[in-house]
Design a protein around this ligand. Structure first.
Ligand code: ME8
Length: 526
């Protein structure tokens, strides 16, 4: 049985509603999932919510409700709907409060206990509730102003709390060398390079044992051998990737999906995924994920978005104006994946106008309108007068397909889209040079006109296939307007590796202009 290509997003905390930072990770994961499906691979794409722990508990309490009721509300009114807003094609959605997760987490932890990987001990240290993590002195900064004299978490800028607890610990220190060997033998495990370097130098300092239970509150998975403790939320959360894949419950599904091919995460949670998670899996004797990719921060006004600072933007604020395709395109194209990137309304509006409306949209409407006007909406056959201009366009299409596919293997969506845009620009340039509207005036040039329009339609066909992962709605509409469904089958069934093969559209097919792919935006709407 061939293994499915398995990709994940983090499971997000339900303490608040999603903003564009969360949507960014999910869109990138979705793009990679859809691209692999377009390669005709079997893909399994998981997302979900992280519902236990002190952070969610405190939020629920301050809203005068139970954590369970709070989580139910946020999942149904915010986290699941946002997936539709951004057109995510996830195959499953896991909640850490579901039985299928809770029961398997208990079994996993019991297994580590039975294997002697867990011991009882005490720990005293600085805890950041926003991170749900004990902090090392190097992770803290001195407060200033109102907060002077306080130690702050360097990620959240909030004061840490001193905690002292008798807890259960995982012997993570025993995994320092094994992890370093693993990173050495699997140089692509942590990406990008900067993230890998950070992880390796962190582990080289030597790992401490990890506190994996809490006894000061009870919102979590009960420790099976000691019901007065709940399992530390991060241990519980990381296991979602296994429990959703059928670990301990569905052997066939687990064998088909495990291990994950890429865990997509933001750089804030890199260490959990690249250090703690593989150590847990080593202790349990399970195969390790193939890759953890940590992307950068999405910045608004130069700062990391934060709900508390009110810089958090809900995805629907953007999709209501620009649509989900433009949302996806913008974040995938404008930010070099792995680096920090800034969002601004001016930037998305400018790209929408230049690249989507004027670039791709205009190309599609010009070509389909001319087939309508000059050939009664029936795709003409190319003739024998093929020139270098057509040959060049065909070569550009083949090159775009090849380069985009290679960029996806490097987990570089921005490079994949840049490669595809070379074809958008080339096709627009081809029309400008060939001037089919002028050629149409000369009745003796009907054959030339047929060749130009067939070739332009072929570029659009290739674009529909190559853009389906980034902009599924626009690509489906383009496919429909080319009449390609009848002649070539569904868009989903077009292998991406074949997108650049020239001459697939069948002459005689009905072509329709349809609505603009990217309509003009009312400048006052933002
Ligand atoms: O950490 N820029 O959940 P979380 C880019 N439950 N990405 C951002 C972002 C920003 N400004 N803000 C958030 C958790 N993200 C845990 C995960 S996984 C087993 C458990 C994205 O709700 C980014 O992917 O705090 C980041 O890692 C994630 O949201 C954190 O989501």
């Amino acid at each position: 049985m061939p293994k499915a290509f398995y990709v994940t997003t983090p499971i997000y905390y339900v303490n608040d509603a999603p903003h564009i930072g969360h949507a960014y990770t999910t869109v990138a994961t979705d793009f990679i999932a859809r691209w692999h499906r377009q390669r005709q691979e079997d893909v399994w794409f998981l997302t979900g919510t992280d519902e236990h722990g002190e952070k969610v508990l405190r939020t629920a309490e301050s809203n005068g409700t139970s954590p369970r009721a709070w989580a139910d509300r946020l999942v149904e009114t915010a986290w699941k709907p946002v997936l539709r807003t951004i057109d995510a094609s996830n195959d499953d959605f896991i909640r850490t409060t579901e039985d299928r997760h809770v029961e398997r987490v208990k079994e996993f932890i019991q297994g580590l206990h039975d294997a002697g990987e867990i011991f009882e001990g005490t720990y005293e240290g600085a805890y950041c509730v926003a991170c749900e993590e004990y902090k090392q002195p190097g992770d803290l900064v001195e407060g200033t102003g109102d907060q002077s004299g306080l130690q702050l978490c360097s990620i959240h800028g909030q004061p840490v709390e001193m905690l002292a607890e008798t807890n259960y610990f995982f012997r993570m220190s025993a995994y320092t060398d094994r992890l370093l060997d693993f990173y050495e033998q699997n140089p692509g495990f942590v990406q990008p390079e900067s993230a890998r370097n950070e992880v390796v130098s962190f582990v080289k300092q030597g790992l401490q044992d990890l506190s994996i239970s809490r006894s000061t509150f009870d919102w979590g998975v009960t420790v099976p051998w000691d019901p007065s403790h709940v399992i530390y939320v991060w241990i519980d959360a990381l296991l979602n990737y296994a429990t959703a894949a059928g670990y301990g419950a569905d052997r066939e599904k687990f064998d088909k999906t495990w291990p994950a091919d890429i865990h997509f995460v933001g750089k804030d949670i890199l260490r959990f995924h690249a250090v703690i998670w593989p150590a847990m899996l080593m202790a349990a004797g399970l195969p390790l994920p193939k890759k953890v990719f940590a992307h950068g921060w999405l910045l608004v006004g130069g700062e990391k978005m934060s709900k508390s600072k009110l810089t958090g933007i809900a995805p629907a604020q953007i999709t209501d104006t620009f649509g989900s395709d433009a949302f996806r395109y913008y974040f995938l194209r404008a930010i070099a994946f792995g680096n920090d990137g800034s969002f601004s309304w001016e930037d998305i509006a400018a790209r929408y106008q230049a690249e989507l409306a004027n670039g791709l949209g205009n190309l599609a409407s010009r070509v389909t309108a001319m087939v309508g006007r000059y050939f009664d909406g029936v795709l003409p056959a190319p003739r024998t007068d093929v020139t270098d201009a057509e040959r060049t366009l065909a070569t550009v299409a083949a090159q775009a397909a090849k380069e985009a596919d290679a960029a996806v293997d490097r987990v570089a969506p921005h490079e994949a889209l840049a490669a595809v845009w070379v074809l958008v620009d080339a096709a627009n340039g081809y029309l400008t040079e060939q001037q089919p509207w002028a050629v149409a005036k000369d009745e003796s040039q009907r054959e030339r006109l047929a060749t130009i329009l067939y070739s332009s339609a072929e570029a659009l066909r290739a674009l529909a296939v190559l853009l389906n992962a980034a902009m599924p709605k626009a690509s489906a509409r383009l496919w429909e307007s080319l009449g390609a469904e009848k002649a070539l089958g569904s868009l989903a069934a077009q292998p991406v590796g074949d997108a650049g093969r020239w001459g697939q559209l069948v002459p005689g097919t009905e072509v329709t202009k349809g609505e603009a792919l990217f309509p003009r935006i009312d400048p006052d709407a933002q």
